[in-house]
Design a protein around this ligand. Structure first.
Ligand SMILES: Cc1cc2nc3c(=O)[nH]c(=O)nc-3n(C[C@H](O)[C@H](O)[C@H](O)COP(=O)(O)OP(=O)(O)OC[C@H]3O[C@@H](n4cnc5c(N)ncnc54)[C@H](O)[C@@H]3O)c2cc1C
Length: 517
């Protein structure tokens, strides 16, 4: 919109108002506090505030943001009921009886295009008897031996956390005393010609801002005022699942049951997540109503954990929208969190999406102004990120060999976004690499993550031309991994002891620097 006083639409930003006090609202406030200390930040959450209440498995970026903010991670772990997450363990996805491992690794962080993950795939093509899809994870990722085989935590692999999202909001609210919080009983949003938000009336107080951030979850309250929520405003996405049942499950034997990873266990009609917190397990069954009824899903979920164990455990049912806005930043509103989009809980992309968006917005606002060019740059970056999330999630269903229900029969053969076919063709030919995943765009997953997942589905890459120098470098790398693994698990703590130590000692050292036994 043209501004009379500002004909070039060169909009200074000295203040932002965040509407919504869920995970998106508080993480955005944290990111802006760290990266744009000059900004005046206001957050509005209604008195009768309610959040979605799931979102417990995170990726390394949350820990990195906490570290950047100088928040003692030990304190965060103690107050947010957190445990260490070293990756995601997949069971029964390719076929019943199979498993694979998606760890956090810094293998793709260097400038090197060809990693050990790439090399193992090449060795499989050359020597299929000796190198197999099943052995790939143990040969390439030292975390497989420690976390999957021995169920222990190596501080170096504990790059992320499982957290209680409600406790995290409270924790951040207490720490961010620079944020002005309104908790009104009545709220009215006032916009100008449905093009810009003018202010949000909170019990009669007009709360303005140079920029508004819509963190109102699936309700998208501010975006509705800009008419940015109808079907044309959204990217088309054909979701695989759309319903969930979830519960807080008590431990029976906590010391044994805390896992060092999130478990994603494929089922007939969807998949079940197991997220171990320190005091309880967060678990849910994500499924599609095209494949079973809510009652059937509930019965299956109770049986999964044991009917007796689940006797007094309340369950919550919810349906979610899998979509995304084409313009998450429109005029003077940026949507972050569920208001900007969501795919599904698999791979914990919800909070990662929030941190990525908040990071990109903070980088843009560090310049203290925005114009249409800044908006377009932000939107194209987020669009690239979201495409990667959607494609990565789709691969988990599309490449499965399962055929035991409507879900698997349909999503393994249906038409997918042409972008996904192109991606699989390019990755099959060249392998996922930095040259086909340019660094100036934000991607949701790195090239080694793509290989880890594709390997789980026995995907075949084409033979690459590898020079002797690279082969020599890879041999040394294999030897290094073997020596790293040697006896390593004996010196690592169980996931329970790892966290208990942080509780007992008031230890505030960053997780990756924590000593092992
Ligand atoms: C089944 C399921 C499982 C998930 N699991 C994970 C996971 O393991 N890991 C992960 O990273 N992500 C996960 N997610 C995503 C995660 O839950 C969200 O990314 C996260 O909760 C972000 O929520 P939010 O802050 O955008 O919205 P919400 O939590 O819904 O917060 C919305 C805020 O807006 C306010 N609000 C809403 N409507 C109005 C209104 N009309 N007027 C005034 N205020 C309003 C609310 O009071 C609240 O303050 C999961 C999502 C689902 C559906």
């Amino acid at each position: 919109m043209k501004d009379e006083k500002n004909p070039n639409n060169f909009n200074p930003v000295n203040s932002v108002t965040i509407f919504g006090g869920g995970t998106a609202g508080w993480i955005t406030a944290l990111s802006l506090t760290v990266q744009c200390p000059q900004l005046a930040i206001t957050l509005i959450q209604p008195k009768s505030h309610s959040v979605i209440g799931v979102g417990e498995s995170t990726q390394p970026d949350l820990l990195q943001l906490l570290n950047k903010a100088g928040i003692p991670v030990g304190e965060f772990i103690r107050e947010c009921d957190a445990t260490a997450k070293c990756g995601i363990y997949y069971e029964d996805w390719y076929d019943i009886g199979t498993h694979f491992w998606h760890p956090f690794t810094d293998m793709a962080n260097s400038d090197v295009n060809y990693t050990l993950a790439h090399h193992y795939q090449q060795l499989m093509l050359k020597y299929p008897e000796k190198y197999t899809h099943e052995d790939y994870y143990d040969a390439v990722h030292p975390s497989y031996d420690v976390c999957v085989t021995h169920k222990k935590v190596d501080g170096k692999n504990a790059a992320a956390l499982h957290v209680d999202a409600d406790k995290m909001h409270k924790f951040l609210r207490e720490r961010l005393d620079n944020v002005t919080v309104y908790e009104p009983e009545t709220i009215e949003v006032v916009s100008e010609d449905n093009e810009e938000i003018r202010f949000i009336d909170c019990d009669g107080v007009k709360v303005g801002g140079d920029l508004f951030i819509d963190c109102t979850g699936f309700n998208r309250i501010l975006m509705q005022h800009l008419n940015n929520v109808d079907e044309d405003a959204k990217e088309y996405y054909h979701e695989n699942v759309e319903s969930a049942i979830f519960a807080r499950i008590p431990y029976i034997d906590r010391e044994k049951e805390i896992l060092p990873y999130t478990k994603a266990h494929a089922q007939k009609h969807g998949w079940i997540w197991t997220i171990p917190l320190f005091s309880r397990i967060g678990s849910g069954y994500v499924y599609t109503k095209n494949s079973c009824t809510a009652d059937e899903a509930e019965k299956q979920f109770r049986e999964y954990w044991g009917v007796e164990r689940m006797k007094d455990v309340p369950l919550k049912h919810l349906e979610f929208k899998s979509d995304s806005l084409k313009q998450p930043w429109k005029n003077n509103v940026v949507a972050i969190g569920l208001s900007s989009g969501f795919v599904e809980p698999l791979e914990a992309t919800g909070i990662n999406w929030i941190v990525t968006a908040a990071n990109n917005l903070s980088a843009a606002l560090a310049r203290k102004y925005y114009d249409q060019h800044v908006i377009d740059f932000y939107n194209s970056g987020m669009s690239n990120y979201v495409s990667d999330v959607q494609d990565f999630i789709d691969v988990h269903y599309k490449l499965s060999n399962r055929k035991d229900s409507v879900l698997w029969n349909y999503h393994t053969v249906r038409g997918h976004n042409p972008r996904l076919y192109r991606k699989l063709e390019v990755y099959g030919t060249e392998m996922p690499a930095k040259w086909n995943r340019p660094r100036h765009m934000p991607w949701a997953f790195n090239e080694v993550s793509w290989i880890d997942i594709l390997n789980g589905y026995k995907f075949k890459f084409q033979v690459q031309d590898i020079n002797d120098e690279t082969v020599g470098r890879m041999q040394k790398e294999f030897a290094r991994i073997r020596s790293l693994k040697k006896g390593r698990a004996d010196h690592c703590l169980t996931p329970y002891d790892f966290i208990k130590d942080i509780h007992d000692t008031n230890n505030n050292t960053p997780v990756e620097e924590l000593p092992n036994k």
